[in-house]
Every structure is written in structure tokens, then in C-alpha cells.
Design a protein around this ligand. Structure first.
Ligand code: TXA
Ligand code: MG
Length: 346
């Protein structure tokens, strides 16, 4: 299907496709979304069908004005303390990579929320997403635009490869600046992170004080039904290592390596040269198979490049991807969450 630069004309025709029940892929600051009108049952059903997504995994509804929040969320049913928390989060973090789980308005279709009494709502920061939502119905359901269980797309070309012939068009906003999905925060009771993502926990805690989650016990994971272990997995198996173990790995021609930062990569090549592996030759031959997430160890850059590098490395035909954990704070929590899900099933 056509990949369109997001001109006014392209935005208008994409919005018209949404209004008439079609599906459109569009960029957000996190990942590309597979959008359909949030109130159109046929469009919602098509989203599940196109993704091969189980019906028990609810969709996020995307809005592009704060006023639209009351259209989908039953704000008057929330107690004062939670309303204050909601207001503080909206003022500080919206638009942005934060999805809030709130009590739903009765008019929101059960198909969108998988029958739950709650609804996931996000106000994305990306200008193309905002314009598309405003020009269409104001409430756009959009999961990440990937087949269920596979890596989320961070470029229009990823969507084209994975779902291209199933959408009416793909709006191309270039690479997604955040590169990881939104943080999902449940605000129906004491605040709890259901999915780590583009807004670090520390930022939320700076506004609300301590929050719970994400769930560590796999039995609890179904509170956010999408948090199945095998999510975000590339086809190639991944194994994960601490920095210490990563820099001591032997060199294998059939493996790919994903280092967190340049000093770790340098330490590895240092160890290999001590062991007699011709490192210069390895650098030249192995460039596609040996990658560094962020040379300077910048977590924002690492997050933005993670899915992109995994998409690329998945095409190399190697037998395994050996990857290094990120530091366990800030965006590193979301990076490590996606890395550990990428190993599930192998
Ligand atoms: O960054 C993002 O959030 C992207 C972009 C396109 O906005 N969207 C996205 O959607 O990642 P999706 O469908 O791939 O993931 C939505 C997550 C799932 O884990 C789902 O279970 C959870 O949000 N979710 C949605 N509604 C929920 C609800 N009412 N209660 C609990 N979890 C919910
Ligand atoms: Mg997804």
C-alpha cells in the first residue's frame, strides 16, 4: 500500500479512510500505530484480524485534545484524589508516551476494551498523529502496527514489510523519536505501572510519589493482558548477558552481537585480541553482525535504536543474537523489559 509523506492532502485522505471504517498506519513518537475509528466495530474487528491479535488484549484509544478524554473515560466516577493525580499527569506528561488506564464511558465499544470496565487512553505528541486524529473522528484505536507478538515498527518501511497490503495507506513520519511503546499506567486504583515504556518510572514518581509495578510475578501479568511473555520477539533467538559476561563471550561467525555502549564493545575486542582473535579483520567483516546500541551509553538513544537494530539483525540469518542488558534505571527499565520479552519462547 502507498507510503505517503504526510502532506495536508495525504492527511486528509488518510482521515477520510478512517472515517469510512478503513485502517491507516501512522507515526507516533513511540512506534507506528495501526489506526481505526475507535467507535466503528468493523474497523476494530479488522484491527484484531490484521494483527492476528487475541480479542482479550484491549486496544489503546488515541485522542488529540484534552477535551476528548471525557468522551472515552468516565471521569466523574473517579474519586477526588485520583482526579487530582490524573490532572497532574495530564498537565505534565500529555501529550506524550503515557497511556492511562481509566474507568470507561459506557459508549466505548467492548471490542476496544476486550470487555474490561476500563479503557486505555493516550494523547500522542507526534504532530502527524495529532493532525490525523483531529481530521478524523477524534478517537483512534491503535495498537502497534506489527503482527501480534513481533517487534513494533519504528519506520514506515517496517510497517510496509509486516502489514503493507492490509492498510489503506502508511503515513511516513520518518523514524520514531522514542522508539519504544508508551508506559501504561493504571489509574483506577493506587497508581501502578503495567508496562514500562517511553516515560520512565522516575518521572511519574516525581509527580505522584511512589507507584507500584510493573508486575514481576508472571501470574500477575494478565492485569495488562497485552503483557504476554512472547511479546516484541524477533524471529531469531536472543540471549542476554550482563556487561561482565558479554565482554568475555567468544567470537562466533554464526552469531550477532548487540553491545549497550562503545566501552563494552571495546572491552570485548580487547579480550579477543588477548585471546589471539584478529580483531581488525573482525571489525571489517562483522559490521552488520556487531552493533552498539548507543556509543556513549545514552539511554534515550539506546531506546530509539533498539527495535530498529533488532529489525535489522533479524534479517542477517544468524543463529542467535547475543545482547547486553541496559542499566536498570530510567529508560533502561523499558529497554530491558523489551529485551527480556524478545528472548521468550527460545
Ligand atoms: O506507544 C504505544 O502505546 C503504541 C502507539 C501506537 O501508541 N501503541 C501500543 O499499543 O503499544 P499495543 O496495543 O501494542 O499495546 C497496548 C497495551 C497492551 O499491553 C494492552 O494490554 C494494554 O496496553 N491495555 C490497553 N487497554 C488496557 C486496559 N483497559 N487495561 C489494561 N491494559 C490495557
Ligand atoms: Mg504492541
Amino acid at each position: 500500500m502507498p507510503i505517503l509523506a504526510p502532506s495536508q492532502e495525504a492527511l486528509r485522505s488518510a482521515a477520510a479512510a478512517l472515517v469510512s471504517g478503513g485502517l491507516v498506519a501512522f507515526p507516533t513518537e513511540t512506534v507506528y500505530g495501526l489506526g481505526g475509528d475507535g467507535f466503528n466495530l468493523q474497523a476494530l474487528a479488522r484491527i484484531f484480524a490484521v494483527k492476528g491479535r487475541p480479542r482479550f488484549d484491549p486496544l489503546i484509544l488515541h485522542i488529540a485534545t484534552l477535551d476528548s478524554l471525557a468522551v472515552v473515560a468516565a471521569l466523574s466516577s473517579m474519586d477526588r484524589a485520583l482526579r487530582n493525580k490524573l490532572d497532574a499527569l495530564c498537565a505534565r506528561l500529555w501529550p506524550g508516551p503515557l497511556t492511562l488506564i481509566l474507568p470507561k464511558q459506557p459508549r466505548v465499544p467492548d471490542l476496544a476494551t476486550s470487555g474490561l470496565p476500563t479503557v486505555g487512553v493516550r494523547f500522542p505528541a507526534h504532530p502527524v498523529a495529532q493532525e490525523l486524529i483531529r481530521l478524523s473522528t477524534g478517537v483512534v484505536a491503535a495498537p502497534s502496527a506489527n503482527p501480534f507478538g513481533y517487534l513494533s515498527p519504528t519506520r514506515a518501511a517496517h510497517v510496509q514489510e509486516q502489514l503493507g497490503d492490509q492498510v489503506q495507506c502508511i503515513l511516513d513520519g520518518g523514524p520514531c523519536p522514542i522508539g519504544l511503546e508508551s508506559t501504561v499506567l493504571d489509574l483506577t486504583g493506587s497508581p501502578r505501572i503495567l508496562r514500562p515504556g517511553g516515560i520512565p518510572r522516575e518521572l511519574i514518581e516525581g509527580i505522584l510519589g511512589p507507584v507500584e509495578g510493573p508486575p514481576k510475578d508472571p501470574g500477575e501479568v494478565l492485569r495488562s493482558p497485552g503483557q504476554l511473555q512472547s511479546h516484541y520477539a524477533p524471529h531469531t533467538g536472543i540471549t542476554l548477558y550482563s556487561r561482565e559476561d558479554m565482554i568475555r563471550l567468544p567470537y562466533e561467525a554464526s552469531a550477532a552481537y548487540l553491545f549497550f555502549d562503545r566501552p563494552s564493545y571495546d572491552a570485548w575486542t580487547q579480550e579477543l585480541s588477548v585471546a589471539g582473535v584478529p580483531v581488525l579483520e573482525l571489525r571489517e567483516r562483522g559490521t552488520g553482525r556487531i552493533r552498539v546500541l548507543s556509543p556513549e551509553g545514552n539511554l534515550g538513544e539506546a531506546a530509539a535504536r533498539l527495535f530498529e537494530l533488532l529489525h535489522d539483525m533479524d534479517k542477517l540469518g544468524v543463529s542467535v543474537i547475543r545482547a547486553q542488558w541496559a542499566p536498570g534505571y530510567g529508560l533502561g527499565t523499558a529497554i530491558n523489559d523489551r529485551l527480556s520479552r524478545a528472548t521468550a519462547g527460545f
